[in-house]
Design a protein around this ligand. Structure first.
Ligand SMILES: Cc1cc2nc3c(=O)[nH]c(=O)nc-3n(C[C@H](O)[C@H](O)[C@H](O)COP(=O)(O)OP(=O)(O)OC[C@H]3O[C@@H](n4cnc5c(N)ncnc54)[C@H](O)[C@@H]3O)c2cc1C
Length: 248
């Protein structure tokens, strides 16, 4: 049985036609960076809900989610149709294993791969101190269809300035040619070895832990490529180097 925290939308940012971030004020909620919550809405005399990752870091005094309006979707059009001041509900039990707590200690290199709104949990993680004190190198590979759909890019520029030797941000724009992003699918770049060349770091089972978030096609394909390189899926029962969270 879910206990709902009642919240209010305090900020709504529209990145482009169908892409939004919502800041929500609720009573305080403990979670680990990388986790998701169920978001609830009152609709036709019932509560309807869907899971969304928290983008904010656990120290922030608000919650933030990042989502797109899925065409013909049931829930996301209602959510992105909300305005500042509207009521929204947040489950009081955050969930999910895409967190640094789940990453085995031996990894020195953290590789993060996100498509679209799957960037959310990584923003939360990167805005905490832990990854920066714990890993020697952090590689963020973030893919969007167009430049305007690449949300939070300014945040990564700030992190690049703060951690120039440690942080490697690799943006991929798939449906446009752009001067400051790679025009390729992540999987194509990874398969050819171009990603490791571009960054100058080998992705090895000995040193790396990889976190994947977003659409299942990317996650399945990247997982298969990584397994060919000797990495294994990570679970609590069996330690490996690949952690995943599929949105759809
Ligand atoms: C653990 C978890 C965390 C999630 N976190 C987020 C998040 O932070 N942000 C977010 O936008 N979504 C997230 N999702 C997906 C989200 O819960 C909804 O499924 C999504 O908003 C679509 O809901 P809908 O009811 O409008 O469409 P639905 O009727 O559920 O789905 C219609 C179709 O939309 C497609 N779809 C679903 N999600 C997406 C998406 N994100 N982008 C593009 N197409 C999609 C699928 O192909 C699906 O068949 C998460 C899902 C899971 C399981």
């Amino acid at each position: 049985m879910i206990t709902w925290l009642e919240g209010k939308i305090i900020e709504k940012k529209q990145w482009c036609a169908d892409l939004y971030s919502l800041k929500i004020k609720t009573e305080s909620l403990n979670f680990v960076a990388g986790q998701f919550v169920n978001i609830g809405l009152d609709y036709n005399d019932a509560k309807i809900q869907k899971p969304y990752s928290l983008v904010n870091s656990p120290n922030d005094e608000f919650l933030e989610i990042h989502l797109n309006t899925v065409k013909d979707g049931t829930f996301s059009p209602l959510l992105t149709g909300l305005a500042v001041g509207d009521t929204i509900y947040v489950s009081d039990k955050p969930n999910g294993l895409l967190t640094l707590k789940e990453v085995p200690e031996k990894a020195t290199d953290l590789w993060l791969f996100a498509t679209g709104t799957g960037i959310g949990p990584f923003i939360s993680i990167l805005n905490t101190d832990e990854p920066w004190s714990r890993f020697e190198r952090i590689m963020l590979c973030y893919s969007a269809k167009t430049a305007e759909e690449m949300a939070y890019r300014e945040d990564f520029k700030i992190l690049q300035k703060r951690y120039p030797d440690k942080f490697h941000f690799v943006p991929f724009i798939t449906r446009q040619v752009s001067t400051d992003a790679i025009h390729s699918r992540i999987t194509t770049f990874l398969r050819s070895g171009a990603l490791e060349c571009h960054i100058g770091t080998a992705l090895t089972p000995e040193d790396s832990h990889v976190m994947l978030c977003g659409n299942s096609a990317m996650i399945t394909e990247v997982s298969e490529l990584l397994q060919e390189k000797g990495l294994q899926l990570h679970s609590r029962r069996e330690a490996g180097q690949i952690s995943t969270e599929k949105y759809f």
